[in-house]
Design a protein around this ligand. Structure first.
Ligand code: SF4
Length: 414
């Protein structure tokens, strides 16, 4: 912890909380929000939302209701922390919500695949624009025969790619995996459907919507801090929510606080933070997040390898559901260019003694493109995460990471 945290006194904290109280009052007047409005605190079991819940409870008691969305990709300690934080704060238990994908959701998706995968499809965007993807429902075509070699390489026994996809299109019992299966890929930076479906929408449907339907005005408190990113810095501290602008509002009470302020508030209220911080995590939440950085991947590999294994198993299923991966597994160049030489698809071929480079993709990678690799699987990403900055030199510090030592970047081991 840096020196700044050491000089945050109880008086400072009392005035920081008082500042929130005064500002909130001002916003209520400005936005004409009734005194009997409902307060919902978005809770993630991280340090910022814990501080936010503690402050909301200190100011409003049991009027503040914490809500946590379990994505089914969380660390078990995070879920446990969320389920027991009320014992530390003295507030009402946090309401846990989870999106459950049903057999009906999967049936609709199966029908969609059955209708569309037998058809040829023209790619409309990107470098492969104009390329025609063949039917994935036939084994009597050149592509179908080539795909059977993919199946052999993957160790699966199906006649066609469509059959392979159908085999995984049933609820798995894990919401994050189900979400990826229904989308046919893992979430990415520009397509973060996990946050939308597994966190934002479900909290709205289960908690906010019923209150709004009941005629209540709701203010959501969130522990967003400006110094986390320039995007977050640009958020208004108080604003109407676009989903229901006359009745639903967003308040960011600790927007200008630092991480040191947040931990000082934990101490002030006698709250022990999520234990993952003292075990080396710089952030809690999904273990891992699809967008996490190299250091976090290395950290998880060393400390919680079971979560890496979990993602490996998910990749094995999601690739069966990805039209793109089935097609690319045969080798795009061999389909587009080699065909004119009438050479077999999906094989290593030699032309005039030269082995042409054929791009194969075997994964819908959990972590997306990393380290200059187009679509690496978890294993490749983990190897890359162990390397130094150049991506080539093995970093001895990471290699010898001692999993029993606290490496919290917040210095929480006191
Ligand atoms: S933490 Fe990452 S993986 Fe989890 S829901 Fe958010 S964006 Fe998705």
């Amino acid at each position: 912890m840096n020196g700044a945290a050491m000089i945050i006194t109880h008086t400072d904290i009392r005035s920081m909380i008082r500042e929130i109280e005064v500002a909130y009052d001002r916003y209520l007047t400005e936005f004409r929000i009734p005194d009997d409005h409902k307060i919902v605190v978005n809770y993630s079991a991280g340090k910022d939302s814990t501080a936010t819940l503690a402050v909301a409870h200190a100011l409003f008691g049991d009027r503040a209701q914490g809500v946590m969305a379990d994505t089914d990709n969380e660390h078990e300690l995070t879920i446990k922390f969320g389920k027991t934080i009320h014992e530390q704060i003295g507030c009402k238990p946090v309401q846990m919500v989870k999106r459950i994908y049903t057999e009906d959701d999967f049936a609709r998706r199966r029908a969609h695949l059955q209708k569309n995968w037998p058809k040829r499809q023209v790619i409309r965007m990107g470098v492969y624009r104009g390329v025609v993807m063949p039917s994935l429902a036939r084994s009597d075509t050149k592509f179908g025969q080539a795909w059977l070699r993919t199946a052999e390489r993957w160790g699966i026994e199906y006649e066609t790619a469509l059959d392979a996809a159908m085999s995984v299109m049933h609820p798995s019992g894990n919401s994050f995996l189900d979400c990826a299966l229904l989308h046919g890929k893992f979430p990415m930076l520009r397509d973060r459907f996990c946050t939308d479906e597994l966190k934002i929408q479900i909290a709205y449907e289960k908690v906010m919507q019923p209150l709004l339907d009941n005629g209540d005005v709701v203010v959501q408190w969130s522990g967003v801090r400006a110094d986390e990113s320039s995007k977050r810095a640009g958020y208004e501290r108080f604003s109407a929510d676009r989903r229901d602008p006359d009745f639903l509002y967003n308040f960011l009470p600790i927007h200008r606080w630092t991480a040191a302020d947040v931990f000082a508030v934990h101490k002030y209220f006698g709250i022990k933070p999520n234990p993952l911080y003292t075990q080396g995590a710089s952030r809690v939440g999904c273990m891992n997040c699809v967008l996490c950085n190299k250091e976090e991947i290395a950290e998880t590999t060393a400390r919680w390898p079971e979560h890496i294994e979990k993602h490996k198993q998910w990749e094995l299923k999601v690739r069966l559901r990805s039209r793109w991966v089935h097609w690319m597994s045969v080798g795009e160049v061999s389909q587009r260019w080699m065909k004119q030489f009438d050479l077999p698809l999906g094989r290593n071929v030699q032309m005039y003694g030269i082995t042409p480079e054929v791009q194969n993709i075997d994964w819908s990678g959990f972590y997306g493109p990393r380290g200059g690799l187009n679509s690496p699987g978890v294993e490749e990403v983990v190897e890359w995460a162990k390397t130094g900055r150049s991506g080539k030199v093995y970093d001895l510090v990471k290699a010898s990471l001692d999993t029993s030592v606290c490496s919290s970047r917040y210095g929480l081991c006191e």
